[in-house]
Design a protein around this ligand. Structure first.
Ligand SMILES: Cc1cc2nc3c(=O)[nH]c(=O)nc-3n(C[C@H](O)[C@H](O)[C@H](O)COP(=O)(O)O)c2cc1C
Length: 321
């Protein structure tokens, strides 16, 4: 008899400057993801135009799905509830069908303008933002939130989670670190459990899942069956695929570097299709190899070979062999 497995949801993390539309396209083609989230779209005083929404989230024109058919959520970052609602409604008018709110970004410029993690100091403001958007968005548009455990410490973690849930979000992702902890390990997965046990909405656990074993550990410690993968999914592009193989009761097969090379070539082609000027595709490839070299020694060798190449033809020649 086949063993019954719990349903497991894998979400590709929003990562500004790293998981852009091209990287979302590539990673969702490789497989294993159930959903992805756009890089944050910052809301200040203006109302974004259609071209701006489509630049950040081109998936909107494809039924909010990546090329491979994986749903993509639009993430907003800001603190002006009214203007965020106006912008969210515009995004919906142009086709967005799910909105996520960022309460975790640690960037100083963003925090200085009262956006991202700094809001974790003010659960009442978080509640007001979520409630305002929930009231103004049509009922059929799901609204979710993503938070860290706090700004300086974790004393307001449960309050912030409650603010998001009680404000009307139908789901909550927890990056299990405070703002001051940055990206330093460890992620406090036990805190995700505390939050999960304290709110009435489904919680997605996030932070430091780099391997299949990390996935099994975060699932066990947090008690969540929805997990978000960030840097680990960029460094190990088949991480979600391995996890899903394991969940189906199959042997998880790690990709060999031949297959990774095919993804590298595809990624470079997709970057070229997006912006043919030399700078973007080369910068993106170098950034990705710089991360993958921590997992694949071959990526390090390739990185060294393209390090000083400045034109796309030169890169293509290196990638062809
Ligand atoms: C370069 C970078 C950019 C990020 N941008 C965003 C963002 O736009 N929105 C957001 O909610 N989180 C953002 N994050 C946080 C990630 O979504 C995730 O919560 C964090 O990286 C922890 O997960 P990980 O340990 O699996 O990488 C970013 C993280 C990194 C490293």
């Amino acid at each position: 008899m086949t063993e019954l497995k719990t349903e497991c949801r894998l979400i590709l993390a929003p990562m500004q400057g790293l998981v852009d539309p091209v990287m979302r396209d590539l990673l969702t083609r490789i497989g294993g993801f159930d959903e992805c989230v756009s890089e944050f779209v910052r809301i200040t005083h203006t109302v974004h135009s259609r071209p701006t929404w489509l630049k950040h989230v081109p998936e909107i024109t494809n039924g909010n799905k990546t090329y491979a058919g994986v749903p993509c959520v639009v993430q907003l970052l800001g603190s002006d509830a009214d203007n965020m609602a106006v912008n969210a409604l515009e995004a919906v008018r142009f086709g967005a069908d799910k909105i996520d709110l960022n309460f975790g970004c640690p960037a100083p410029t963003v925090n200085k303008h009262k956006g991202g993690a700094v809001l974790l100091k003010e659960p009442e403001l978080i509640f007001h933002i979520v409630k305002t958007l929930r009231e103004r968005l049509p009922d059929h548009i799901p609204l979710t939130g993503k938070m860290r455990l706090g700004y300086e410490d974790k004393t307001l973690a449960l309050e912030c989670a409650a603010a998001i849930a009680e404000g009307g979000a139908c789901g909550l992702t927890v990056h299990a670190r405070t703002k001051v902890e940055g990206y330093e390990p460890p992620a406090h997965w036990d805190w995700v459990r505390k939050i999960r046990e304290s709110v009435a909405v489904p919680v997605t656990a996030n932070g430091d899942v780099f391997t299949l074993q990390d996935y099994l550990d975060i699932k066990q410690v947090s008690g969540c069956d929805s997990i978000m993968l960030g840097r680990g999914a960029v460094m190990r592009p088949d991480l979600a695929r391995q996890i899903k193989q394991h969940e189906r009761g199959e042997q998880a097969e790690e990709a060999g570097f031949d297959e990774v090379m095919d993804w590298i070539r595809l990624f470079f082609d997709l970057c070229l299709q997006k912006e043919a000027n030399n700078k973007y595709p080369i910068a993106r490839l170098k950034q990705w190899l710089g991360m993958m070299k921590r997992v694949y020694p071959e990526a390090d060798t390739l990185f060294e070979r393209i390090r000083t190449v400045k034109d796309t033809e030169g890169i293509q020649a290196v990638l062809a062999v």
